[in-house]
Design a protein around this ligand. Sequence first.
Ligand SMILES: C[S@@+](CC[C@H](N)C(=O)[O-])C[C@H]1O[C@@H](n2cnc3c(N)ncnc32)[C@H](O)[C@@H]1O
Length: 209
Amino acid sequence: MRFLGNDITPFLRKIDKVGLREIQQRYADSPENYAKYAEVERWLKRHRQNVRRLGLDDSPPKSILDLGCGGGFFLFLCQQIGHEVHGLDVDDFPLLRELVDLLGVPRTVWRIEAMKPLPGFGRKFDWITAFSTRFNRDAQDRHVWGEAEWNFFLDDLARHLAPNGKIFLEINAGKSRNFYPEEVRELFRRRGAKLEGNYVLFGDGSRRG
Ligand SMILES: C[S@@+](CC[C@H](N)C(=O)[O-])C[C@H]1O[C@@H](n2cnc3c(N)ncnc32)[C@H](O)[C@@H]1O
């Protein structure tokens, strides 16, 4: 197990400098919202906090599946300190593909959809995570997941969890919290989650709702 520490520099050094600069130059003037993910140092610092929040900086090696893994920053840090990682994301944004490739994060291309099971991964995970979720609403934000969709999703996630596996979600609640309705909070609580702001932790899988 490698120490995570406060200094992100040793992890930045692991990244191909030329490749990163080339990506950053290409996206420097991009109007695309996701171009912000080219600021690798900023996102590594942010996800270092998530690694700590989950105690993964002080844990034996775990297998981790990150849903909507984006540029792969969280998983890159986890991998660097000794965990086995796998990401899942759509392939709509070339920058995100370029970043996971640069960081060496394995990824399944898959679109999470309401009431549709995840693909098989051929193994179970100690942790399933999702940060700043986007999959729980459609592209126009017209349909947002409610109790039924989350219930289905959590039942499905249970299939992919190792014994004593945990789930951590950071829900993007939206400006008026409309992406995280009270009925969903209640469902999470019923299924045994601890809620803190937009963080949801199922410390022991998730019970059926
Ligand atoms: C706000 S970004 C967060 C990225 C990353 N989790 C992070 O915190 O750095 C949302 C991510 O979810 C992905 N995403 C959006 N809809 C998705 C879907 N239906 N299935 C899988 N991934 C999705 C996006 O491609 C993007 O990578």
